[in-house]
Design a protein around this ligand. Structure first.
Ligand code: ADP
Length: 301
């Protein structure tokens, strides 16, 4: 019996946003306005998004024994995420310090904190959780060695989905486990290097040749390219046209929705058609988690 549709293994941190007239120069102090504190981190975002859509979701993450950690646990719990696998302690909760200038441009400093303490031993200790999920989804705001341990722990019946963000060189052992590898344009170019090719289709096929069973390249308003190594197909899935207000967290909503629908047995193209709708809905409202659509707003096909 599969306990969870989706297990997200990843980061959870507090986003501290402050508005500034302009960024300080070295040695200078500027006053900011409107401090806002939100739950964030790619792992927490994905788990939150999937649970809002109706997926039976669990999060495996590490937070500190502090106020930010409690805020993260509460918001996950409120969304319906199973937080029994969230580990507490070892370091303070991670924090993203975000300054936003009047043009809307962000500058971000991330203190990884407890996210960098999520270790391979933590994955081994959560053996049951990892082996019984239909789909296991990860990103790279946790140590790469921890992601390697996830693919070593997976059962043959579980599917592994990876969004390599922030991008880093991936060992072959991780690449071949991805089904799919989900990248945006920036991540695709990073992984492919100078031989990237001109078209998104070239990037998808180039990445597929590196070993993943399937690849998805997200293209913002243009939707996504879906390349499946089994069926040898490569198609574009268009996104609905929407009025974009804030694109923060769109990729996390997309990855969460895609992972969930794949676990329900949909093929990659059908799951991606649902995921582009989740990504598009997320950009119509401000923020990340607060912008994610509910099951009522985004009924399945
Ligand atoms: P990331 O947030 O990782 O950079 P993208 O910008 O490619 O990822 O967005 C992920 C998905 O969100 C897209 O595939 C698309 O479905 C949706 N999306 C993002 N921006 C828009 C937009 N402006 N209009 C419609 N859909 C969007």
């Amino acid at each position: 019996m599969r306990d969870h549709d989706l297990l997200v293994v990843g980061s959870a941190h507090a986003d501290l946003l402050v508005g500034v007239e302009r960024r300080p120069r070295p040695g200078e102090t500027v006053f900011g306005t409107d401090l806002a504190v939100h739950p964030g981190g790619k792992g927490a975002n994905q788990a939150f998004a999937a649970a809002r859509l109706g997926a039976r979701t669990a999060l495996l993450a590490r937070v500190g024994d502090d106020g930010h950690g409690r805020m993260l646990l509460e918001s996950q719990h409120a969304a319906g995420v199973d937080v029994a696998g969230v580990l507490v302690g070892g370091a303070p909760t991670g924090v993203a310090l975000i300054t936003v200038d009047p043009s809307g441009d962000n500058s971000v400093v991330v203190f990884p904190g407890a996210n960098h303490r999520l270790s391979p031993a933590d994955i081994r200790a959560a053996w049951d959780l990892v082996r019984t999920a239909r789909v296991v989804s990860a990103q790279l705001e946790i140590p790469l060695e921890t992601v390697v341990e996830i693919v070593r722990t997976l059962s043959s019946g579980s599917r592994f989905v990876l969004n390599p963000s922030p991008p880093a060189a991936l060992p072959a052992e991780v690449l071949v486990a991805c089904d799919p590898l989900i990248v945006n344009e920036h991540e695709a170019r990073f992984l492919l290097g100078t031989g990237a090719g001109l078209e998104p289709r070239d990037w998808a096929l180039g990445l597929l040749s590196r070993g993943p069973r399937s690849v998805v390249v997200t293209l913002g308003a243009a939707g996504a390219i879906v390349a499946d190594g089994r069926s040898r197909t490569c198609v574009r899935v268009p996104s609905p046209r929407v009025e974009a207000v804030d694109t923060t967290g769109a990729g996390d909503a997309f990855a969460a929705a895609l992972g969930w629908r794949l676990g329900l047995g949909e093929d990659l193209e059908t799951a991606a058609s649902y995921a582009v709708r989740a990504g598009a809905a997320a950009v119509t409202r401000r923020g990340a988690q607060s912008a994610y659509p509910t099951a009522e707003e985004l009924p399945g096909p």
